[in-house]
Design a protein around this ligand. Structure first.
Ligand SMILES: [Zn+2]
Length: 113
């Protein structure tokens, strides 16, 4: 059985719209989503481990690209566009960022919009 069977529909999953029957790919997509979110948070707030997170993200993306090349070709651009939407800063907070939410809560302000 091929590793790159595309059976993707839908949205809102960690893989940015990829639905797969392969649990290994599912795990990779979940891991990628977690790493991207943590990386965006680390960069926005100057956390020192942002480079480590980027290294881990590149490793996961390489595994996806080599293991499921068709999925990679079909979806990676959309993932990168989603990733770009996570870029933010302390002065331009993101509701998806745990640090931004914690800071807004500490200030007693409404959550970042
Ligand atoms: Zn933030």
């Amino acid at each position: 059985m091929s590793n790159d069977h595309p059976a993707q529909v839908g949205a809102g999953r960690a893989g940015g719209g990829v639905r797969t029957l392969d649990p290994r790919l599912d795990a990779m997509l979940v891991r990628r989503g977690e790493l991207v979110n943590r990386w965006a948070e680390a960069v926005a707030h100057g956390y020192m481990h942002s480079v480590d997170l980027l290294d881990q993200l590149i490793e996961v993306e390489s595994l996806i690209a080599y293991g499921w090349p068709r999925i990679w070709l079909q979806h990676s651009r959309g993932w990168f566009e989603r990733d770009a939407a996570l870029v933010h800063s302390a002065s331009n907070p993101s509701p998806a960022c745990p640090t931004c939410r914690a800071r807004a809560a500490a200030l007693g302000a409404p959550e970042a919009a």
